[in-house]
Design a protein. Sequence first.
Length: 75
Amino acid sequence: MESAAPTAIKPQQNQQTQQVNEKDRKIRQLETKLNDILKLKEKQKKGDILQKNQLEKINKETELQDELEKLKLLP
């Protein structure tokens, strides 16, 4: 009967862990996208001609940075 109490806690802990893992995963995705944008900007600076989709990625930089900052502020 004593094992019932810890079992009740585990789903809450598991949910919190999943939320943290989801947050970390999203942060890593955004950081990867921002890193890709930096590489594209370097290519552009060197004079390489970028494709339309690459230019669209660069245009999303501010939006991605804002989203990343919001995620980092969450507990």
